[in-house]
Design a binder for this molecule. Structure first.
Ligand SMILES: Cc1ncc(COP(=O)(O)O)c(C=O)c1O
Length: 404
């Protein structure tokens, strides 16, 4: 495959953008090699600047549940862009998107829109600290919550799915913990759902001690069901962070929860939080038009296609004596090259063979299949993926694993 134009642009970009990119995973550093420069996309496909076509399983890191250039989203954007791109004032679309979210999440009464997942998480943590007047933040190994390194000194890092360590930490730091933050289904160390009994106990201990429980559903919000992973387990946090899908491919984030907590934020309360572009009308209409297309059939269809991809990839690995584990929940999948029997936490993930994944990644890319350029990230299926896309993906992997 000829990628000479991408290579030329990368040399140029490195002189002026940090590492040639605006977000590190895009640099392909984790799989070794130069990144592709993408020129355009359509439905399930993306095209690089050399004219190569790829079936896209990154889907803007899960934001594009309807794939690229969804007709209804594009039509809404074309209509609304003529009305202005940013007002710095309140707009009715903000109420409409917030209503869709509140109706989908029993734990949410109020919403504050921001511009990214990172901003949602940062604001949610600040809110928890202000509300409880406490400092410590518990997070879990392998959980990714955006660029929140300003909290490093206050963070206590614990193993995922291990309640004993949570209990011990609650004893040790009694009356000092502001919040616990967790992806109820991890998507940034591959796909790893929490164990239900772990999450139940986490809810119980936080409720009993007045510690704020924050669910980071920036990936899982509207990804697996119409609502959050919280509705699948019926375990509800105090604050939910959303992003990605609720913006339908435009920049967005939101932190949300019960009124009693949310009213701590300005203009009602003492915690100042503001944003020039927050509630941007184009992000709002893109999100509204996306959420309105999601229903039970969509989720069933995504599950069906993803299951097919999983089972066929497993078969092809098995046939060729290559040991892999695929973790999947609905339309989120991840492939681990490993001899382990299961992958349940970050320590398991670290034992997997990232080099083999990288080899697989490059060979698949060469066949026109764009998997995440990182061994431990999630593949996302969209409604735009066709049966033919899946068939082509499976045939490519069959050939590659046969000569691995
Ligand atoms: C679970 C999770 N939380 C937070 C973020 C940060 O969101 P953003 O990249 O929009 O800042 C991400 C981004 O991938 C994420 O996957």
């Amino acid at each position: 495959m000829n990628t000479s134009n991408s290579k030329k642009l990368y040399i140029k970009a490195k002189k002026i953008l940090i590492g040639g990119v605006n977000s590190p995973v895009r640099s392909f550093k984790d799989v070794g090699g130069a990144p592709l420069f993408i020129e355009k996309a359509n439905q399930s496909l993306i095209y690089d600047v050399d004219g190569n076509e790829y079936i896209d399983y990154v889907n803007s890191w899960g934001a594009l549940i309807l794939g690229h250039t969804n007709k209804q989203v594009t039509n809404s954007l074309q209509k609304y862009i003529l009305k202005g791109t940013s007002f710095g004032a309140t707009n009715e679309l903000e109420i409409n998107l917030a209503e869709l979210i509140v109706n989908a999440f029993p734990s949410i009464e109020m919403v504050r829109f921001v511009n990214s997942g990172t901003e949602a998480i940062t604001s949610a943590i600040n809110l928890a600290k202000e509300y409880t007047k406490k400092e410590k933040i518990i997070k879990f190994h392998g959980g990714y919550h955006g660029s929140i390194y300003q909290f490093n000194k206050e963070i206590i890092l614990l193993p995922y799915n291990d309640f004993n360590s949570v209990e011990k930490t609650f004893k040790k730091f009694k009356n000092k913990i502001a919040c616990v933050i967790i992806e109820p289904i991890a998507g940034n160390m591959g796909v790893i759902p929490t164990h239900k009994d772990f999450l139940i106990k986490l809810r119980e201990i936080t409720e009993k001690t007045g510690v704020i429980l924050i669910f980071d559903e920036i990936i899982s919000g509207f990804r697996l069901t119409y609502g959050g992973f919280q509705s699948i387990y019926n375990i509800y946090p105090d604050i939910t962070c959303l992003g990605k899908i609720i913006g339908g491919g435009l920049p967005i984030g939101a932190y949300c929860g019960k009124e009693a907590i949310m009213k701590t934020v300005s203009p009602l309360g003492s915690l100042h939080q503001a944003g020039t572009f927050s509630g941007n009308p184009l992000s709002m209409i893109s999100g509204i038009t996306t959420l309105k297309q999601l229903d039970k059939n969509v989720y069933e269809n995504l599950d069906h296609k993803s299951k097919k991809l999983q089972t066929e990839l497993e078969k092809s690995a098995f046939k060729n004596n290559i040991k892999i584990i695929i973790n999947r929940y609905g339309s989120m999948l991840s492939i681990f090259f490993t001899n382990l029997d299961k992958i349940e936490n970050y320590f398991d993930v670290q034992k997997c063979n990232g080099k083999l994944y990288s080899k697989f990644f490059w060979k698949m890319l060469d066949q026109g299949i764009y998997f995440p350029p990182n061994p431990f990230q999630t593949f996302f299926m969209s409604t735009a993926h066709t049966e033919k896309d899946i068939k082509n993906t499976i045939s490519a992997s069959d050939i590659i694993l046969n000569n691995f």
